[in-house]
Design a protein around this ligand. Structure first.
Ligand SMILES: Cc1ncc(COP(=O)(O)O)c(C=O)c1O
Length: 374
């Protein structure tokens, strides 16, 4: 049997929506994008959502909108996708990594506070594997030191911790609609903010610093156009929004199915002494977007190969950012700088976890994992 690492969940309804929009006049950023933004804001219970073309650019524009730039430092985790730290570099600021908690892999709030300097302007926590960071603690640190928070919730639109959802204790939260995310348009992203001034600025930044949309321009007979600030080309457009709109209604059903799969994995591997996995903090709801196994570092690569030879689509989420060639060369990072993030990364095997995973595929994954990892 072959089990893919991920299969998207785009339905016939989504494809029909896309076809419908393809037959309209304005297929760029227009009414459908606006509707998606409203519907997604309602789902998140956040007042403002700005649709963009990736989570990477959502992070980049959010940092820009908060005036973070050269000379500033932003504290983040090395256990994430490169995009998180790269966004900090794009605005000319310096990513300052701190290590993670051993049990969850999430950024360690104690270490955040220790890393704060006069140059620190913001904290960029990442809700890893779908589990939210301790936003209450991170928010209280930020308040004490006058720092901003931008959340990377690429994997966590469904998370809840201490009754807090993404975006409720920060200046902004960034989402991804990349191919293997909870809802997808192949590529895409969004920023949710609480402040209407920030919303306005982000709308300018996402499209060349020009106010309005194609809808306002079509109606304007004088065809005025002005550029207010140096913006970028990061707008979500209606074909992406058409694919996403109906998926919002399925977020909760999909979460239930992922939870079922996650719980089956947990139960099946709990008795295997060679496997551990991250702890889900009591009282929190993880979005359960990824199931990482943490295995013996020395055997991980062999397991990876053996699992793939048995037809399992597996991956490593994530490689430590600071040990990539670029970050080593630029900042002089070396092995051992963030030992917990490195150990977790070197022991990780990420399993297939998505709503379309069939029961018989799930049974097969469990059987093979317990046969290979001994
Ligand atoms: C944790 C995390 N942050 C940011 C991103 C970037 O998302 P996008 O591909 O939409 O730019 C990803 C993508 O995989 C991610 O996993």
């Amino acid at each position: 049997m072959k089990v893919e690492f991920f299969r998207h969940n785009i339905s016939e309804t989504d494809i029909k929506n896309l076809n419908k929009v393809l037959r309209t006049l304005l297929i760029t950023t227009a009414g459908v994008t606006g509707k998606f933004e409203k519907d997604f804001a309602a789902y998140l219970q956040c007042p403002h959502v700005i649709g963009v073309n990736s989570c990477t650019n959502a992070l980049f524009l959010s940092l820009l909108a908060l005036n973070i730039g050269p000379g500033d430092e932003v504290i983040t985790t090395p256990l994430t996708f490169f995009a998180t730290a790269n966004a900090i570099l794009y605005v000319g600021a310096k990513p300052v990594f701190v290590d993670v908690e051993a049990e969850t892999g999430l950024i360690d709030p104690v270490l955040i506070e220790k890393a704060i300097t006069k140059r620190t302007k913001a904290i960029l926590p990442v809700h890893l594997y779908g589990q939210m960071c301790d936003m209450k603690r991170i928010n209280s640190i930020a308040k004490r030191h006058g720092l901003k928070i931008i959340e990377d919730a690429a994997l966590c639109m469904e998370g809840v911790r201490d009754e807090i959802r993404p975006g409720q204790l920060s200046q902004g939260v960034c989402f991804s609609f990349h191919a293997i995310k909870s809802i997808t348009s192949g590529e895409g992203g969004a920023i949710a903010v609480n402040d209407s001034g920030l919303d306005k600025k982000l709308r300018l930044l996402r499209l060349h610093g020009i106010g309005g949309t194609v809808l306002t321009r079509v109606k304007d007979k004088i065809k005025k156009q002005d550029m207010i600030l140096l913006g970028y080309k990061c707008n979500m457009y209606d074909l992406q929004a058409a694919l996403l709109i109906n998926q919002i209604e399925r977020i909760e059903v999909n979460l239930q199915r992922r939870t079922f799969i996650y719980d089956r994995y947990q139960a099946a591997f709990a008795g295997n002494p060679k496997i551990i996995f991250p702890t889900i903090v009591a009282g929190s709801q993880s979005a359960k977007t990824m199931f990482p196994l943490w295995v013996d570092v020395k055997k991980r690569d062999k397991y990876l190969v053996d699992l793939q030879n048995q037809g399992l689509g597996v991956d490593i989420k994530y490689h430590p950012v600071h040990l990539s060639t670029y970050y080593r060369r630029k900042f002089g990072y070396k092995k051992g700088d963030f030992p917990l993030a490195e150990k977790i990364s070197r022991s990780t095997i990420t399993l297939p976890l998505y709503p379309k995973l069939k029961d018989k595929e799930l049974d097969y994954v469990i059987k093979i994992v317990n046969r290979v990892i001994v």
